[in-house]
Design a protein around this ligand. Structure first.
Ligand SMILES: Nc1ncnc2c1ncn2[C@@H]1O[C@H](COP(=O)(O)OP(=O)(O)O)[C@@H](O)[C@H]1O
Ligand SMILES: CC(C)(COP(=O)(O)O)[C@@H](O)C(=O)NCCC(=O)O
Ligand SMILES: [K+]
Length: 258
């Protein structure tokens, strides 16, 4: 068994991988002020509920784009299982079959997305990750990360209107029937949700044009299913893609140190 951890800016996601598949995927808010003990208690409880003894976990891999949480989670995993986790970062990128732009700058989750897409398709592919940020990571069929685009995530955009105005409420992410909003809620949903549909389609078109048309698109991230009208823009929606990539990074590192 393996425990694969992906810490994003909203949620920390823990995957329990059993040889061939994800047996469980658990999510908890990624809170800077939460202690190692409290994450440990949560993970112990999940494993207990899943009937998985600690001793059956043979490998742990950690990806984090929240530097203040990385040492907390790293030491928690080390102490709980009795061996150090593999931590995704520039130190191990030379072991991966990827060519990575600015290894010290790119988010570990984007590298994981790129490796998962490269392994899955071996074709030019853009991974659209609907998280706190909305990211577009394009990897070539040869494993080169060609480029990234970063926009505010859907919830982040809605929250920023709420946070930066006196009169706009925080609204649920729902697709409105019309672009002509007839209430404040519908107006925000028209602007953000319909607007983001256009943002995603337009960036995909532009990325494809820059690659002479040849590029698959795959969606992932907690909010990836929230704009159903975008379904046809993607070859696949793979909610576990980032975890898959983090797991593949762990596998590659383990193989290379055998
Ligand atoms: N199982 C789920 N199904 C649908 N949406 C989810 C699920 N879990 C979390 N979410 C939503 O996804 C968002 C977080 O997405 P995620 O990709 O994990 O972001 P980040 O990586 O930036 O932390 C949260 O706003 C949450 O409401
Ligand atoms: C772009 C991100 C904020 C996405 O994070 P997320 O939405 O998954 O929480 C993260 O990958 C990050 O902090 N990246 C560093 C900058 C870069 O990738 O160029
Ligand atoms: K993420």
């Amino acid at each position: 068994m393996q425990i694969i951890v992906d810490i994003g800016n909203t949620d920390a996601v823990f995957g329990l991988y059993n040889q061939t598949h994800w047996q469980h995927i658990w999510r908890t808010p990624a809170r800077h002020d939460e202690s190692a003990e409290s994450y440990e208690a949560r993970l112990r409880l999940w494993l207990l509920e899943a009937n998985v003894p600690l001793s059956s976990v043979q490998l742990t891999v950690l990806s984090s784009v929240v530097p203040t949480l990385t040492p907390t989670m790293r030491s928690m995993l080390g102490e709980l299982f009795g061996f150090e986790p593999i931590v995704v970062g520039p130190g191990i990128y030379p072991l991966l079959p990827l060519e990575i732009l600015r290894p010290h700058e790119i988010g570990a989750d984007l590298v994981a997305n790129a490796l998962a897409a490269y392994t899955r398709y071996q074709r030019n592919c853009v991974v659209v990750d609907f998280g706190t940020a909305l990211t577009f990571t394009t990897v070539s069929g040869e494993g080169k990360i060609i480029g990234v685009a970063i926009a505010p995530g859907l919830k982040t955009a809605i929250r920023s209107l709420f946070a930066n105005t006196a009169q706009l409420p925080e609204v649920p992410i729902e697709v409105p029937e019309s672009a002509l909003g007839t209430s404040t809620t519908h107006a925000i949903q028209a602007g953000v949700v319909l607007g983001y549909e256009g943002l995603v389609r337009s960036l995909l078109d532009r990325i494809r044009a820059e690659l002479d048309g040849d590029c698959l698109a795959v969606a992932t991230g907690g909010l990836s299913g929230r704009i159903p009208s975008l379904r046809d823009a993607f070859t696949d929606i793979v909610p576990s893609l980032t975890l898959d990539g983090v797991r593949l990074i762990g596998e590659t590192v383990t193989e290379s140190t055998k």
